[in-house]
Design a protein around this ligand. Structure first.
Ligand SMILES: O=C1O[C@H](COP(=O)(O)O)[C@@H](O)[C@H](O)[C@H]1O
Length: 254
């Protein structure tokens, strides 16, 4: 069964998510020199700032110099564009770190020189990103968001984007015609999530109530966030707040 951790406030959620990330960091560094983590964009980035920078009980224990940071999905825009997931992470997290913490921190972004070209270039961005993912063992931790339509990473529900969920071998895919702008994106695939040691979703706020009901009460696995939870349940944790989970009645978390 997947685990659901529910909190009354966003501060509590952030602190507990921070402790969860630290535990994954320690576990990884007990057998490796580097901690391989992939993060999402959207609302998650500000939660990361609250967890890893502003929560002082967590901040001092983050071993940034041993982190390899990747992106679960990225929008194909320049890295300084307001829609860039890297750009958001830089603004909210990296810009708040000291030069000492940044020395050996590695952040893996898409190849910006190919941005704003044609579909062929977008495919190339996906191929190149796939080639720089951790070679063996996969990720230690993925941090995922969940959109109001049930998408996670840039895995969207519906027939048009089924090719992304159906992918069995590629690790990174070009997502075209995204229903949420910007239209061109890259995303990790289900095989990558399946090979990851632990995965946490974060969902906060009343706007997430309808989708939480569909994922947990209705168990609508046509929704990528529900599908990921069903497929990899034992390795999945959800960090939610009371507002997002207010209308969820089940305690059977897959
Ligand atoms: O477009 C995206 O949206 C999802 C969900 O974002 P949220 O703001 O609704 O939490 C995000 O996880 C993904 O990385 C991003 O590209």
């Amino acid at each position: 069964m997947a685990k659901v951790y529910k909190f009354a406030s966003s501060e509590q959620l952030a602190g507990n998510l921070g402790s969860y990330v630290l535990a994954a960091q320690e576990k990884a560094l007990s057998s490796s020199d580097r901690f391989n983590i992939a993060i999402s964009g959207g609302s998650l980035v500000e939660v990361l700032r609250d967890s890893l920078i502003l929560d002082k009980s967590v901040a001092g224990k983050v071993n940034w110099n041993k982190w390899n940071v990747f992106f679960c999905d990225e929008r194909i825009v320049p890295l300084n564009h307001p829609d860039s997931n890297y750009g958001a992470f830089k603004k909210h997290v990296l810009n708040n770190l000291s030069p000492e913490n940044l020395k050996n921190l590695k952040v893996f972004t898409l190849d910006e020189s190919l941005v704003f070209s044609n579909a062929e270039a977008c495919e190339k961005i996906a191929e190149e990103y796939e080639s720089i993912l951790p070679a063996s063992g996969g990720f230690d931790l993925l941090l995922l968001g969940c959109g109001p339509d049930g998408h996670t990473c840039s895995l969207f529900p519906g027939q048009t984007h089924k090719y992304l969920l159906d992918e069995k071998t590629r690790k990174v895919m070009y997502c075209h015609d995204s229903p949420k702008p910007p239209s061109d994106r890259i995303t990790i695939t289900l095989p990558v999530i399946g090979a990851t040691k632990e995965t946490a979703f974060v969902a906060q706020g009343a706007s997430k109530q309808p989708i939480m009901h569909k994922i947990f009460d209705l168990k609508d696995t046509s929704l990528p966030s529900a599908l990921v939870t069903q497929l990899f349940d034992k390795k999945i944790s959800w960090f939610v707040d009371d507002a997002a989970f207010e209308t969820v009645t089940t305690t059977e978390y897959y």
